[in-house]
Ligand binder design. Structure first.
Ligand SMILES: [Cu+2]
Length: 176
């Protein structure tokens, strides 16, 4: 009945790994049986990592697109809604409802090939926009103000906020 005890399994697995990495003879792994004493970086490999089943970062399916022509920029450092869908020719208003400034800056390679580049401050490339912003915050949309852009070309656009890109402040517009 007690045929498979977990500690034994572990030892077998460690042994297997040692064989697989057999070429590296330098650091002789301790065959002492304590499962934690090899492995280089003293890892936490005993802890079984639970694999979340539902929402592991798939962003190509299951995403929600909201049909609206208004996007709010918030103090939570996000665009709300993050993904909108509009018809070609729609003017979208990006409204800064928070208390700190943001930008609306398209990725050069995040827009359809035949689409015009857009950015608050009306720059014609991502480089120009980020350079200008770092010089004197050109392109900043202050609290309470808006930036508008009319989307003429069908396709998906990805844009970001220059000061908050690292906080994940990225948004999408799908033009249909
Ligand atoms: Cu921002």
């Amino acid at each position: 009945m007690t045929s498979t005890d977990p500690s034994r399994r572990q030892v077998l697995r460690v042994a297997g790994a040692a064989v697989a990495g057999g070429a590296v003879a330098g650091c002789s792994a301790a065959p002492g049986g304590s499962s934690d004493s090899d492995g280089g970086d003293g890892g936490s490999e005993d802890t079984p990592t639970p694999t979340p089943s539902g929402d592991g970062g798939d962003d190509s399916s299951g995403e929600e697109w909201t049909e609206t022509d208004t996007v709010e920029m918030t103090d939570e450092l996000g665009y709300e809604p993050e993904r909108i869908r509009v018809e070609a020719g729609t003017t979208v208003t990006f409204d800064n409802v928070g208390s700190i400034g943001h930008t609306v800056t398209a990725y050069d390679d995040g827009i359809p090939d035949d689409a015009e580049y857009f950015a608050s401050g009306d720059f014609d490339s991502q480089d120009a926009a980020s350079e200008a912003y770092s010089e004197d915050q050109s392109g900043n949309v202050p609290a309470g103000e808006t930036y508008e852009y009319t989307f003429e070309t069908e396709g998906t656009y990805e844009y970001y906020c220059i000061p908050h890109e690292l906080n994940g402040m990225v948004g999408y517009v799908e033009v249909v």
